[in-house]
Design a protein around this ligand. Structure first.
Ligand code: IPM
Ligand code: MG
Length: 348
């Protein structure tokens, strides 16, 4: 197969972890008889520095055409003085999500045995944890009207029933392939969008009689995630709550550096990126942990190209690297970023 995708390394540690992931993909291509055809493009601050818009037309055109995107990270203090859509995040990441209709963002939480000691919770609260967050990614407060007027500043939060319905269907479909439980998170005691959210989720649930549905308010959810994380299977929630809860979930895994994500549309179009940011403080030093980026590449193979065996091979090699301490310093290992990539590449 020709694995043709758009590669957007972006800013900070993005290019370093990206290079490690490309090395692993190359090894997979050789081993399984595929060809690898990454289309390398600028995005975020890197594009701004090259005199372009945060999302250059050529980059977007490639994303649209390949329908499979591997993204490092965007943003950093260097571009913090910029405003609105001149900023890397608002000018590249959010339009990519919106214009490609990547409304379903999936972030897993399944602590690796080798990392449980690194998490701040007691072992008995982490063993057996295995949930995914299904975060709505193209609506809500991120994309409403924003502005300032004589009253102050405002950010509109709007959800249509159709937007809620399609993400709820994704959540229930996923639950059906797992432990058959959906926990829908909202703030329906205060927000009207949350009341529509809850009504719509209840309606969608009627088509999935074998899936258990639970509702939690988002403030309570932040506690339940720490006290009974084992109870969750699919956590279904709107854009901003999902942003916040997935950072909390990453703490259960002992490190942000090992969590990939997929942002999916209908069909096979998908963008794959680590949940961590551009980590400008350690950029360019070879210290960055590339595992989340390597796992994101595995997810791309599985979800955009249907290459299940290849994806499994990468994930097994990553688990082995963790078991054998072939990791960067943040996880207690002695390797630099590219050496981790080389180890995984040699072990797929
Ligand atoms: C994330 C990030 C982004 C978000 C930022 C960089 C805009 O925090 O992907 O979780 O808030 O969605
Ligand atoms: Mg976030």
């Amino acid at each position: 197969m020709n694995i043709n995708f758009t590669y957007l390394p972006g800013d900070g540690i993005g290019p370093e972890v990206g290079e490690a992931a490309i090395e692993v993909l190359n090894a997979v291509a050789v081993k399984f008889g595929h060809t690898l055809e990454p289309e390398h493009h600028l995005v975020g601050g890197a594009a701004i520095d090259a005199g372009e818009k945060p999302l250059p037309d050529a980059s977007f055109e490639s994303c649209q055409r390949t329908g499979a995107i591997l993204l490092g990270a965007v943003g950093g203090p260097k571009w913090d003085h910029l405003k609105g859509e001149d900023r890397p995040e608002l000018g590249s990441l959010l339009p990519l999500r919106k214009r490609l209709n990547l409304y379903a963002n999936i972030r897993p939480c399944k602590p690796y045995p080798a990392l449980i000691e690194r998490a701040p919770l007691k072992r008995e609260r982490l063993e057996g944890v295995d949930f995914v967050v299904m975060r709505e990614l193209t609506g809500g407060i991120y994309f409403g009207q924003k502005g300032r007027d004589t009253r102050g500043a405002f950010d509109e939060c709007l959800y249509s029933e159709a937007e809620i319905r399609r993400i709820a269907i994704k959540g229930f479909d996923l639950a059906q392939t797992r432990r058959k439980k959906v926990t829908s998170v909202d703030k329906s005691n205060v927000l009207e969008t949350s009341r529509l959210w809850r009504e719509t989720v209840i309606d969608v649930a009627k088509d999935y009689p074998e899936v258990e549905l639970e509702h939690l308010l988002v403030d309570a959810m932040t506690m339940h995630m720490l006290t009974r994380a084992q109870d969750f299977d699919v956590i279904l929630t709107e854009n901003m709550f999902g942003d916040i809860l997935t950072d909390e979930a990453s703490v259960l895994c002992g490190s942000m550096g090992v969590i990939p994500s997929a942002s999916l549309s209908d069909g096979k179009t998908g963008m794959f990126e680590p949940i961590h940011g551009s980590a400008p403080d350690i950029a360019g030093q070879g210290k960055a942990n590339p595992l989340a980026m390597i796992l994101s590449a595995a997810w791309m193979l599985r979800l955009s190209f249907g290459l299940k065996v290849e994806a499994d091979a990468i994930e097994t090699a990553v688990a082995n690297a963790l078991e054998q301490n072939q990791t960067t310093g943040d996880l207690g290992g002695k390797l630099n970023t590219s050496a981790v990539g080389e180890w995984i590449a040699a072990n797929v």
